[in-house]
Design a protein around this ligand. Sequence first.
Ligand code: ZN
Ligand code: ZN
Length: 206
Amino acid sequence: MNRLPQDLHIHTIFSRSDSAVVPEQTVELVAAIAHARIIGISDHLESIAEDFPTYADTVRACGLLVGTEVNGADWLREAEEVDVRYYVYHCRDRGEDYRGAERLLATGKPVIIAHPLVLETDLRRVPPECLIEINNRYTWRNNWRTLRPFVGSFLFVFSSDAHQPHWLNQNVARYAARELGIRETLLFSEDRRAALAQIAKSGNTG
Ligand SMILES: [Zn+2]
Ligand SMILES: [Zn+2]
């Protein structure tokens, strides 16, 4: 099977409040399908905060990376407390959410700006250390060409934002990225460090 390099935005039945998730979307099934070489689960923090250890243990037991999707500045305190490897962050166009991104970066963990076009995130206000997501679930619905001015000033990741087993792909996200000439950044590898150094050298204008 031709596996994707990376998918860090995936929901499972732990996202209880998300009606798009089907009962078959278990961590175990995502791990068994193994559609990517690096797989992280990013269930909504609102759903997992209450019993984080059960969530984290389940994800780790399946050999996957533990992440979470954080719904803006309102969830910062909980986000800082949970032991995740990375954040997928809802950054709406409001000052507290941009400041929230800074605060999450201060944890030293990667911060992925989730589907910025859907949330009308102003990327000029996003710290350049954040990674920008091109997301298979939503990208086709928005004018992703508006990302073009930011191609040289951020690192990008592609993701499925899968809520159901058959969403575990990135065909639309990769089409948009190809058109924009974006090279994918792989987190948790040497690749990210090299890409960061490259972007620092070229000067950040974003
Ligand atoms: Zn989201
Ligand atoms: Zn999501």
